[in-house]
Write a protein that binds this ligand. Sequence first.
Ligand code: PHE
Length: 360
Amino acid sequence: MDGLDALKGKYLEGIAGAADEAALEDLRLAALGKKGEISLKMRELGGMDPVLRQSTGAALNVLKDEIDAALRAKKAALGDAALDERLRSEWLDVTLPGRPRRQGTIHPVSQVMAELTAIFADMGFAVAEGPQVESDWYNFDALNIPPEHPARQEHDTFFMNRAEGDNRPPHVLRTHTSPVQIRAMTEQGAPIRVIAPGRVYRMDMDQTHTPMFHQVEGLAIDRDISMANLKWVLEEFCRAFFEVPSVELRFRASHFPFTEPSAEVDIRCSWEGGQLKIGEGVGWLEILGSGMVHPKVLAAAGVDPTEWQGFAFGMGIDRIAMLKYGIPDLRAFFESDLRWLRHYGFAALDMPDLAGGLSR
Ligand code: PHE
């Protein structure tokens, strides 16, 4: 029996000190495995005399159960310790506020389009669209710019190629958003109130001109709309867009074939200290062309000019984006430089609305 006590001491001590489950398994095999020490002793029982066999057998069974129980207990303890360690190392504070990820931002042009859409929607203007590849009729003729009109040259138009032998006048990349006036009136008739933001194209390239840029067209036709309505809408828009309490606009007499009378509109601003401020100072910056829609334009779109009248305007989106967000060079808008986009871009989840604030 002394031998059994020694075995018991050896295994219980070993189990208590086992560092991990692999060490436990080694101990189990050494004691209880097929060729384990306890198993071998069991096998020896057969050659013993019956009295000794009974007592030794009973003692071996007790020892086997004790070792087995110690193994299980230790295994459970090791498992708990492993779980505790995982819980400690993988701990995560789920109450921490989210970290905004600025992978990818909204381009200032998209941001400004969303801002101005929110402002004009609030004044009852719907959004209209038209194609960027436009027929010369929509881009010019319907807007009272006949083929030999000098305004056609001024527009620095990109012409599309026609197939060989096709002598119809070529399509153009639209030089302004004004053709959407014709499309919207033809489709919806009068009364109508729409804006049409989008891309336009002219063959021009320097610090303030790019071959592709953005305009937003405005059109309001009803029975008694006047220049006074135009003035109010534009002032209200500028105040909301530039987020200043008041703005001052200057209407300068001008000429467009598709409006009569026509006016270009400047906004009061200051350049003091190299910093542009809207609404104060002695400077003026041109931001749009506008006027009362020409009767011939209404007629071209199937709207009776003896019954309906209204205003239209065309504003440079890139221009007002530069003004509002202090962006000095127009060309950078279209260079897709990630550093520029990270600096001037807007967080994707902050879509502008009038209640929450336009530019957060
Ligand atoms: N289409 C003109 C331009 O591109 C702007 C404009 C639009 C002027 C509507 C008057 C009315 O310069």
